[in-house]
Design a protein around this ligand. Structure first.
Ligand code: NAD
Ligand code: 89V
Length: 353
């Protein structure tokens, strides 16, 4: 151990970042912005990536496997930014070492594995939080606040629309090889936002298709969801849409309630429509992190918000909104969507107990 003192009361939480690829740089920069946590060690199986990342961010403690890292470094948490197939081994190792876990989405490749990881973390007394950041976007949070405050009454309809032709394969070439692509990679975010806004889902139906001949999976999907509280939502996503003013990576949101409606537009104008033809417009443009860059700034800002909330809740001993059991229900929507698309029937998503 580099540090015999391992305590949950330390003012600054010590973390290890596991997986030093494309998205990890956003997580690293966000940790550097936040005074409550610091990354003290890195892990990646790829020696070149590990060296570049360590040099860029000035982190000297570098490991090519998590067991050695955890055996030799005292940390309070691991932040896993490796791809899904690696998650089971990494989450299990962290749990066995008694270290809290943040894990990128999709946190498991199946619901069975998801269950196992949640149970493993519970048995070892560590928290498991899924890095599900889209619901943390400033504009999305504002829509959620208005809904929760009852400003439009009872929501009966919602639409979350994510349509783009942005070349996501340039930075993430592995996306082109996934047999299950847009629902599993991107729809998982939009479905999580639907849950955050309208609650859990009783049943859904889904249609998918592929326009791009050079990729393996589906690149557009349209879903209809019936939520517990009666609201019906439409979630649609596409990476095959040609738009002069491509809103990547924004989600456009509409919510109709029995006492008003909300519309979130691509220019960050949020309009609250009230009975009698009244409407108020709010500018919900985020405060961009200094290091962020368009168009990724929309996502980068949400990473800072997610990680800030995680630190605060960790300090307060509270579980995060996207803790394992909650995110299980988002993952279950992804699975149900593929079942529905394959069968042509509506599907009932599983629920965490
Ligand atoms: P990437 O391929 O660019 O990077 C992954 C890194 O993990 C690679 O450097 C690889 O060598 C390393 N790795 C793989 N297995 C490992 C192991 N067992 N131990 C240590 N390192 C290991 O992938 P990426 O695009 O950065 O995506 C990583 C994860 O982040 C995925 O789960 C993806 O879905 C997610 N992601 C999330 C968002 C978001 O907004 N939340 C955006 C993009 C990607
Ligand atoms: O957020 C994500 O998971 C990314 C992207 C926005 C490109 O879909 O993979």
């Amino acid at each position: 151990m580099d540090d015999a003192y391992h305590s949950n009361d330390r003012a600054v939480l010590r973390g290890a970042l596991v997986g030093c690829g494309f998205f990890a740089a956003n997580q690293m920069r966000a940790w550097q912005d936040l005074p409550g946590a610091t990354i003290v060690a890195l892990c990646d199986r790829d020696a070149g990536r590990l060296a570049d990342f360590g040099d860029t961010f000035g982190i000297a403690r570098r490991f090519d496997d998590i067991e050695t890292l955890l055996g030799q470094t005292a940390v309070d948490f691991v932040d896993i930014a490796a791809p899904t197939p690696a998650h089971e081994t990494l989450v299990t190792a962290a749990a066995r070492h008694g270290v809290d876990v943040i894990c990128q989405k999709p946190f498991a490749g199946s619901l069975e594995t998801a269950r196992r990881l949640i149970e493993t973390c519970r048995e070892h007394g560590v928290s498991l939080t899924v890095h599900e950041n889209f619901r943390w976007q400033r504009a999305v949070r504002r829509v959620a606040e208005l809904v929760v405050e009852g400003r439009i009454g009872r929501p009966f309809f919602g639409r979350i629309s994510y349509r783009s032709g942005f070349d996501v394969f340039a930075n993430q070439p592995y996306l082109a090889t996934l047999e299950r692509f847009i629902i599993k990679d991107l729809g998982i975010h939009t479905l999580d936002m639907a849950r955050a806004l309208f609650g859990d889902v009783v049943r859904l139906s889904c249609e998918t298709g592929r326009v791009n001949p050079d990729i393996a999976g589906e690149d557009h999907a349209t879903l209809i969801l019936r939520h517990d509280a009666g609201c019906v939502s439409v979630v649609d996503c596409s990476y095959a849409t040609t738009l002069a003013d491509d809103p990547f990576p924004q989600s456009l949101i509409a919510v109709d309630g029995d006492r008003g409606s909300i519309r979130l537009a691509a220019d960050f104008r949020l309009t609250l429509h009230k009975p009698g033809g009244r409407a108020t417009v709010e500018d919900v443009t985020p405060a961009w992190p200094a290091w962020s860059e368009a168009p990724w700034n929309v996502i980068q800002e949400s990473v800072v918000a997610f990680q800030r909330d995680w630190i605060e809740r960790r300090r307060a001993g509270e579980s995060a909104p996207t803790a394992g059991p909650d995110n299980f229900n988002t993952l279950a929507l992804v699975e149900a969507a593929y079942r529905s698309a394959a069968s042509g029937d509506s599907a009932r998503p599983e629920r965490w107990r």
